[in-house]
Structure formats: structure tokens, C-alpha cells
Design a protein around this ligand. Structure first.
Ligand code: ATP
Ligand code: MG
Length: 579
């Protein structure tokens, strides 16, 4: 492709709408344009990257036994009413009506459609397992569309659904997908980590997320400094850590009441009363499906609302209204504690290990000290309720936890019977009995992966595409395209590369060499071949890798093969040792 004909409107300035690096570079390099909030057009270079990611994902899905289908974007409300999600999905769903006032949505996900399809068409255990997938636009009216392709309202997703006869079958399908996902992110040449994820209210089922590691990621991950353990902070298992015995006066003896006028926070009490945060507890009040509950964690810890919500098994959890709490418990926020409460108390695992506790008195401007769990109060349940922190013990080994940030690009999930029961989707087993399908679902954000790749691979001059997803592998830059010997040499190399199946650009524009180099860097083409007058006298050209600063002089007759070698090495498919 000649650069003079390529449609890639580059921008010199950073567009004001772009809030993260990937969004800035994708706009500046002419890969995407915004149509409206959270909705984008992929320009030729951008769409080439999308197609490359798609193709790798497709190959690995097929290899794992998936069969590609294409389901409708427009989905009838009835199916969502059957699964019970029409009313609970909320504002994230784009809803519409046809001329007969029938309700539809634009598919945010496809469990309802696929479960209905498989229920209608698959009758026997002999037809299982079945793995069906599609690669298609999804629609979610995100509350805050941002970061360009990362959190869009129209985006491209690969979604695969597995149907098995039983839970053991699901484990096999899940494992296949886990391996396929690892192969995909290796082939995309992204630095990623698979982490244990929260599976929400579904309960008990496994779920893993695939995170591309990047400082700007929206997700926080903890990982072990010794073993393979890694988890989303929402999920990370926290082992309780015992604190040293408190100063004698605060740990021993009977519970005492201390006046604390105007002292409302953990920090206030630490500063003015000299009681360190780890000797205090935080008592937080929530409305769980309308019922008031209290949650207690050590003063220096963060309560993890997702853990609390899962432990309570409730659908809605939000901070309780202060007036309601005052009415029920006798004090406002800042003077509350677990002693003598008449609401259910859920305590973190560390609370019973505290030698002496300071907490609010449920009376404004007073606190208790020397409180002991078991003697002065007990909890309805003692549970893992806090968020993991750096330095926490690893739940699997002797190591300790560290934190990093990531971008969630994939999510695999054991659904079990959730949809097949709700929609009564069944097959006949060996003995002729009706059984519900055991399901799994497996998503990859194709367009988000493109943004994540840029977030991880760029420098001050632009994008550095990993070779397997680069829009073009190589670019040939004649320093002066008007000089016939340079142009002829450039054209010869161009044709050689094309014949080797390499996707190559040739910069035929009447521009200064500096401008051409800048543009090649901006759009992130992995290999640049410069044809300049001096080297050409010795029949040599310059080869530069986008990710390295040095250039290399290569014989003009050997450059095409050399480039082909670099590309085929990067595109190598991981060796497969499983049967
Ligand atoms: P998130 O927590 O980021 O909202 P999710 O849990 O809603 O993600 P899934 O329903 O599991 O996401 O969707 C599968 C994949 O689709 C995600 O792993 C992500 O890569 C991608 N994805 C989800 N929402 C968006 C979005 N708004 N824009 C782009 N990609 C998205
Ligand atoms: Mg979401």
C-alpha cells in the first residue's frame, strides 16, 4: 500500500477528548474517530488491527472446539423476561420499541438468545458438550463511557457459551477455554495475568479474569511475590493478621467508657487519644435488600463491599441513611460501635483476634475502650470482609501480596444452572430424564484489547504494535522518493516483501524524511526499512525495529528475508502438547 493513498488522518495535537494514552495515540495516529459518546468508527489502520485480533481469537476458539455463529443484535424483551433480567439489568440496557410497540433491546450479552436456541435445537446428551461463539458488536449504555475504546457503549466482543451435561463436563469446557485464553494473550504478545475474579451473586462458581498489565488499568490486582496466586482485589482471600497485644491499659480489664467530644474518625481518635488505628474498629451500616446490618473491620482496614454483599447473598447493598441508623442505634456516624447493637453484626476475621478494642459507644461523643470480642459483643457471623493490602500473607504459600493495576480484557465464568433453570432449558440424559444444561460463558473485549495493547506498548513518539496485531508489518521509506535510484530500490524491496506475504507500506509521499519517520513511528509499524543515498551506494539499506533505538545496515538483497524471519518468529503459534 502506498502511503499517499492510505486513509490515515493523523493529528498533531493531543485531542482534548482523549483522557488516556491509548485513546490519544489511536486518535492521533488516525486509527479511530469518535462518532458520539462511547461510539467509534474504526478507520483503515484501526480496522486492520481489529481484524488481526479477531482472527487470533477465532483460530483459538475453533481449535478449542468452538463453532462460530452470529446471533442478532436486536433481542426481544420476552426472552429477557423469561430469564428475569429485563427488570434487573437496569439503565445499562439500550431499549427500543418497534412500530407495534413491542419492546426490544440491543444485545449487551447473549445468554438469553443462546439458551433459547440450544433448548429448542439440542435434545440429547449425545449432542453435548456444545461450544458456540460469535464475534460481534455489543451495546451497553455505560454510566461513564470513557477512555475511548476501553469503556465504550458500542464495542466488539467475542462471547462463547458452553453447554454440558453436568458439572464435571463444565470443568472440562472451562479448562479448555482457560488454555485457549492463555494462548490468545500469548499470541497477541501482551503482558497479562490471569486472576481469580468475583463471580457475584451466582455463588460458589469459578470465574477468572485476564488482565493486561498497565498502570492506567481500572482494575486493582493483588499477586503473590512467591507463587502464581493472583486475584482481583474484590475477590482476594484475606488471611487474618493478629495484632500485637495493645498497651496494657487498653487491652486488659473491664470495658471502660471514655468521653470523646467531637472525635468522629479513626484518625481523630488516633491523634487525640493516642489509640492507634489497628486497636480500633470501624462499624459501618448498610441497607441489605432493605434490612439494616452492621459490618465491623479493624480501624486500619478497608471494608470490601463486594465480599459483604456476597456473604449476605443480597441483591442490593448500600450505605444506610444516617438518620435511620441514629433512630435504631442511638447515635450518628462516628460514635457507633458493635457493643449492644440491636442489628445483625458481621465481623471481619481479624476482629476476634484483637486483644483490646476501642469503638464508638452508640452514644454521641463517647467511645468504649478495652472491649473484647466474645465478652462484650459477638457477631452474627465472622467472615472475610476486608480488602487485601500490600504485605498481606498469601493465601496459598509463605509469600506476601503485592499490588498492580490491569485492564480486564477477558472474563471466563461458570454459570452452572443459572440460565438453564430460569429459562427451563433441558436435554434428555442417558436414562431419558430431563436435565438442565450446565453452562459457562467466556468473553473477550476485542476492541478493549486493541486499546490495552497500546496502553502497554507505546513511547513518546507513538504506538509500538506487537507484530502479530500490527496493521502493517513493515514500512519502506525512500529518503527522497523523487530520486529514481532510491525509488527503484524501494519498489524492488516492496515487491519482494509482498511476494513473501508481508503486509507492507511504502512511503511515496513528497515529504521530508523527518516527517515520514515521525509518521511511521506514530502509527507504530514494527519494522522500518530506509532507503538512503549513501548506504545505497554500497547496496545496503537501513533496518530499524520500532522498539529499539539503533538501526542496522543490511544488504539490499537480504533485507526481505531478514524481515520475513523476524515476522514469522513473532507470529509463531505456541506449541501444543496436550492431547
Ligand atoms: P467491566 O467490569 O469492565 O464493566 P464486565 O464484567 O461488564 O466488564 P463482561 O460482561 O464480562 O464485562 O464482558 C466481557 C468483556 O467485554 C470484558 O472482559 C471486557 O474486555 C469487554 N467489555 C465489557 N464492557 C466493555 C465496554 N463498555 N467497552 C469495551 N469493552 C468492554
Ligand atoms: Mg460492565
Amino acid at each position: 500500500m502506498r502511503c499517499s493513498q492510505l486513509f490515515y488522518p493523523t493529528l498533531r495535537e493531543v485531542p482534548s477528548e482523549a483522557d488516556v494514552i491509548s485513546h490519544q495515540w489511536l486518535l492521533r495516529a488516525g486509527f479511530i474517530r469518535r462518532t458520539t459518546s462511547g461510539v467509534y468508527t474504526y478507520l483503515p489502520l484501526g480496522y486492520r488491527v481489529i481484524k488481526k485480533i479477531t482472527e487470533i481469537v477465532r483460530q483459538e476458539m475453533d481449535r478449542a472446539g468452538g463453532q462460530e455463529v452470529m446471533m442478532p443484535i436486536v433481542q426481544p424483551a420476552e426472552l429477557w423476561q423469561q430469564s428475569g433480567r429485563w427488570d434487573v439489568y437496569g439503565e445499562e440496557m439500550f431499549r427500543l420499541r418497534d412500530r407495534h410497540q413491542r419492546a426490544y433491546c440491543l444485545g449487551p450479552t447473549h445468554e438469553e438468545i443462546i439458551t433459547t436456541l440450544v433448548d429448542a435445537e439440542v435434545h440429547s446428551y449425545r449432542d453435548l458438550p456444545l461450544l458456540l461463539y460469535q464475534i460481534q458488536n455489543k451495546y451497553r449504555d455505560e454510566i461513564r463511557p470513557r477512555f475511548g475504546l476501553m469503556r465504550a457503549r458500542e464495542f466488539i466482543m467475542k462471547d462463547l457459551y458452553s453447554f454440558d451435561v453436568d458439572h464435571e463436563g463444565l470443568q472440562v469446557s472451562y479448562e479448555k477455554m482457560r488454555q485457549a485464553y492463555n494462548r490468545i494473550f500469548q499470541r497477541l504478545m501482551l503482558s497479562y495475568r490471569m486472576v481469580e475474579a468475583d463471580s457475584g451473586a451466582i455463588g460458589g462458581s469459578a470465574s477468572h479474569e485476564f488482565m493486561v498489565l498497565a498502570e492506567t488499568g481500572e482494575s486493582e490486582i493483588v499477586y503473590c511475590d512467591r507463587c502464581e496466586y493472583a486475584a482481583n482485589v474484590e475477590k482476594a482471600v484475606c488471611s487474618p493478621v493478629a495484632v500485637e497485644k495493645a498497651a496494657e491499659s487498653r487491652a486488659d480489664g473491664e470495658m471502660i467508657t471514655i468521653p470523646t467530644p467531637g472525635l468522629r474518625t479513626i484518625a481523630d481518635l488516633a491523634e487525640h487519644m493516642g489509640i492507634p488505628a489497628h486497636e480500633q474498629v470501624k462499624t459501618l451500616f448498610y441497607s441489605a435488600d432493605g434490612k439494616l446490618v452492621a459490618a465491623v473491620v479493624r480501624g486500619d482496614r478497608e471494608l470490601n463491599e463486594i465480599k459483604l454483599k456476597n456473604a449476605l447473598g443480597c441483591n442490593q447493598l448500600f450505605m444506610a441513611d444516617e438518620e435511620l441508623v441514629r433512630e435504631r442505634c442511638g447515635a450518628g456516624f462516628g460514635s457507633l460501635g458493635p457493643v449492644g447493637l440491636n442489628v445483625p453484626v458481621y465481623a471481619d476475621l481479624e476482629v476476634p483476634l484483637m486483644p483490646g478494642i476501642s469503638c464508638g459507644c452508640n452514644r454521641d461523643d463517647y467511645h468504649y475502650s478495652q472491649v473484647k470480642y466474645g465478652r462484650d459483643f459477638t457477631a452474627t457471623a465472622v467472615l472475610d470482609l476486608r480488602s487485601a493490602e500490600v504485605g498481606d500473607p498469601c493465601p496459598h504459600c509463605e509469600g506476601h501480596l503485592l499490588k498492580m493495576r490491569g485492564i480486564e480484557v477477558g472474563h471466563i465464568f461458570q454459570l452452572g444452572l443459572k440460565y438453564s433453570e430460569a429459562m427451563n432449558a433441558t436435554y434428555l440424559d442417558k436414562d431419558g430424564r430431563q436435565k438442565h444444561f450446565v453452562m459457562g460463558c467466556y468473553g473477550i473485549g476485542i476492541s478493549r484489547t486493541m486499546a490495552a495493547a497500546v496502553e502497554q506498548n507505546h513511547d513518546q513518539d507513538g504506538i509500538i504494535w506487537p507484530i502479530p496485531i500490527a496493521p502493517y508489518h513493515a514500512i519502506i521509506v525512500p529518503v527522497n522518493a523523487n530520486k529514481s535510484e532510491q525509488w527503484e530500490a524501494a519498489w524492488k524491496v516492496y515487491k519482494q516483501l509482498e511476494n513473501l506475504g508481508i503486509e507492507v507500506l511504502i512511503d511515496d509521499r513528497d515529504q521530508r524524511a523527518g516527517v515520514k519517520f515521525k509518521d511511521a513511528d506514530l502509527i507504530g509499524i514494527p519494522l522500518r526499512i530506509t532507503i538512503g543515498p549513501r548506504a545505497l551506494q554500497e547496496n545496503r539499506v537501513e533496518l530499524k525495529k520500532r522498539w529499539e533505538s539503533e538501526t542496522e545496515l543490511v544488504d539490499i538483497d537480504r533485507v526481505a528475508l531478514k524481515v520475513a524471519g523476524i515476522i514469522s518468529k513473532a507470529n509463531q503459534i505456541p506449541i501444543d502438547l496436550d492431547k
